[in-house]
Design a protein around this ligand. Structure first.
Ligand code: SF4
Length: 221
């Protein structure tokens, strides 16, 4: 198969798989940039199941940067205690609320250069806000996405922390369907978590197996 048709096939099959298998989380039911940013910060080093237990309560108590900035750190800390690292997270979130309030008029900025200057916000969280809230064509690269890309396309990051690899991020940008980055990003995250898992990937039921480099290498004809 030609490279272009592999890319087309990957996009189409991924989105078709996701239509039937998408995971549902409260932070996927909103386009509000503040709510999405809070989710991304809480999800760091924490499972989605843990975050689901506190997320909606958090947004009810601190529905905007202004209320977060004026919140009592101990109260935030208590609310986040099921997640662990709650002291650090509480201080960081309060600081985030303050900077959004003082420097951005209480709004989450829509430019990457501004987002990555916010406390606790790196490229991943910035791109998540840009893609999910502002509908910009920005890719996401986490451990699951790295694994899918490396296996399907046979590319390999030379970085010790591949999810920070600019080259790999650029590669994902090239396969991002224009105007559909949110769906594509959710789809590849779910696909890596459910089908192309780290251990025992479900290759026999996988829609990518006909062109997946990893599958061909492990199942020579
Ligand atoms: Fe992952 Fe296997 Fe599917 Fe390739 S065929 S994408 S290795 S699950």
């Amino acid at each position: 198969m030609e490279n272009d048709s592999i890319l087309d096939c990957f996009q189409q099959r991924l989105l078709a798989w996701w239509k039937k298998n998408k995971r549902d989380f409260p932070w996927r039911r909103t386009k509000d940039a503040y709510a999405i940013l809070i989710a991304e910060i809480l999800l760091r080093k924490t499972t989605a199941g843990q975050v689901e237990r506190v997320y909606e309560d958090f947004l009810r108590r601190y529905p905007n940067p202004q209320l977060l900035a004026s919140a009592d750190t101990t109260e935030i800390c208590n609310l986040l205690s099921p997640l662990g690292m709650h002291n650090t997270r509480a201080q960081l979130l309060k600081k985030l609320g303050s900077v959004l309030e003082s420097d951005f008029g209480g709004k989450v900025p829509s430019e990457k250069k501004d987002l990555i200057r916010l406390p606790g916000v790196g490229v991943y969280a910035a791109n998540a806000v840009l893609s999910f809230s502002y509908s910009k064509d920005e890719p996401l690269l986490d451990t699951n996405v790295v694994r899918v890309i490396e296996r399907v396309f046979g590319v390999k990051s030379k970085k010790r922390r591949p999810h920070t690899d600019e080259g790999l991020l650029d590669f994902v940008r090239t396969i991002l369907p224009k105007g559909r980055s949110a769906k594509f990003n959710w789809a590849i995250l779910d696909f890596g978590a459910v089908v192309c898992t780290a251990r025992r990937p479900k290759c026999m039921a996988c829609p990518m197996s006909s062109f997946c480099v990893y599958f061909r290498a492990h199942n020579p004809t």
